[in-house]
Design a protein. Structure first.
Length: 245
């Protein structure tokens, strides 16, 4: 949307075609997006911010790791930009496996981050490219991007996000749900806030569970829930779980 200033593309194909498709997307982004003037509610560190490869059918996670490494290497060679590997493709330490770890500091923090040995990119130069930033690529299972709409402020939505997300407010105050990342933001164009969530294991934490929790927390704050939003494709099993509920 306009406030997040971010677009998500999902496409399915053979390993060869999805790598080439992702590279074509990167080439287009390099021509059209200038990160020096980019602002938005969603965390980001690059023009093509994150490019995960996900096994859908007939391939293994290792196949997707190979795709991500080929994509990262070819992207770095073609555009001379820094690329980081994450999740199943990560190989440089526990401190840089999860996307929030790597994206910490966002685009604005990259000039300093790239000077540190521990943040040397997996592919490409340890050099800040102002127009581009950096890209993260890797392999992982399905992630469900699910947002719950509230008539509230950004701060109230984020308060609910802190209650729900796995890391909560810190080590001593964990949230209600495992395998859940969440943030609160406000969409000016729609005049509403969202609890924006990533569900990384719908078998453990489903959409219906977090929606009901948002309703409960909103009621405590005397706020109205006014619908929800899915971003991208969703496994059938996740929808069937909601239907069963």
């Amino acid at each position: 949307g306009e406030s997040t200033n971010r677009t998500v593309y999902t496409f399915v194909g053979t390993p060869l075609t999805v790598v080439e498709g992702a590279l074509n997307a990167a080439r287009a982004a390099f021509k059209l997006i200038d990160m020096k003037s980019h602002k938005g509610e969603h965390p980001r560190m690059g023009a093509l911010d994150v490019c995960p490869f996900i096994p859908v059918k007939g391939v293994t996670m290792e196949d997707c790791v190979d795709c991500s490494r080929r994509f990262g290497q070819q992207l770095a060679e073609a555009l001379k930009v820094p690329v980081y590997a994450y999740e199943q493709a990560a190989s440089k330490g526990d401190y840089r496996v999860r996307l929030p770890q790597i994206r910490s500091g966002e685009y604005e923090g990259l000039p300093e981050k790239l000077t540190k040995d521990e943040w040397e990119p997996d592919f490409g130069p340890a050099k800040f490219v102002p127009r581009w930033g950096a890209t993260v690529t890797g392999a992982r299972g399905f992630l469900i991007a699910y947002n719950v709409n509230l008539l509230s402020t950004k701060e109230q939505a984020h308060r609910i996000a802190l209650d729900l997300r796995e890391k909560g407010r810190g080590p001593d105050q964990p949230g209600l749900f495992r395998h859940l990342a969440a943030i609160g933001w406000y969409l000016d164009e729609h005049k509403l806030a969202q609890v924006s969530m990533n569900l990384t294991n719908y078998h453990v934490t489903g959409m219906h569970a977090v929606y009901e929790a948002c309703k409960e927390k909103s009621k405590e704050l005397k706020l109205a829930v006014v619908g929800s939003q899915l971003v991208g494709i969703v496994p059938l099993g996740a929808l069937l779980s909601v239907a069963d509920f």
